[in-house]
Design a binder for this molecule. Structure first.
Ligand code: IMP
Ligand code: MG
Length: 185
């Protein structure tokens, strides 16, 4: 595994993101909505830097990746989402790859009556977008490599790494020798 972003770089990136959000939105009360499971770590760090009034909600998204490195069918669940009617929403995800997840989520949150939906991602893979929308806030642009850590997983593993690393071919081979069951995001 090769480290792409160190813990120190991630900390500085989160502070920068939080400052930019508050510069844009002022002290307006926010409904911060995280995308489970990958946004767990960025959410917990970000909300502690975002001063001012807020509520927290979660949605769940999976693109049935398992051991594959490319996304499949998108599955979204909204059971954990509070009422967002009339709310200023900040949608938070770990990574913007094809953009299909965030695009679908923003549409759905608008349809549920939010006054505005802005989106924030920790990472964006350069040149991979397949959708017209782009996130309003991006922590870091990264090359098109499969990355893990700081919430991001490979087949359910590595979310707890305190840095972001690129998976290399030998990591995937080592994982496939020790993991028998494919899990979803
Ligand atoms: P998108 O819908 O193609 O933008 O993909 C978004 C989702 O795919 C993210 O929320 C992640 O869960 C997952 N994903 C995309 N790229 C990576 C990666 O490099 N490592 C781990 N998960 C990824
Ligand atoms: Mg995700």
């Amino acid at each position: 595994m090769r480290t792409i972003l160190s813990t120190e770089q991630l900390d500085a990136g989160i502070t920068r993101l939080a400052d930019t959000v508050r510069d844009n939105l002022g002290q307006a009360p926010l409904m911060v909505v995280g995308v489970l499971t990958g946004a767990l770590v960025v959410m917990s760090d970000l909300i502690r830097q975002l001063e001012g009034p807020m509520n927290i909600g979660m949605v769940w998204a999976s693109s049935y990746r398992g051991v594959a490195l490319k996304p499949g069918r998108l599955d979204l669940r909204f059971e954990l989402l509070p009422d967002i009617q009339g709310k200023e929403v900040l949608l938070v995800d770990d990574i913007f790859d094809s953009g299909r997840t965030l695009d679908a989520l923003v549409d759905e949150l608008r349809a549920r009556g939010a006054v505005r939906v802005q989106s924030l991602v920790l990472l964006r893979k350069t040149g991979k977008s397949e959708v017209a929308m782009q996130p309003d806030y991006v922590g870091f642009e990264i090359p098109d490599e499969f990355v893990v850590g700081y919430g991001l997983d490979y087949n359910g593993h590595y979310r707890n790494l305190p840095y972001v690393a690129a998976l290399e071919k030998n990591d995937i081979e080592a994982m496939s020798r020790t993991t028998l069951n494919a899990e979803v995001d």
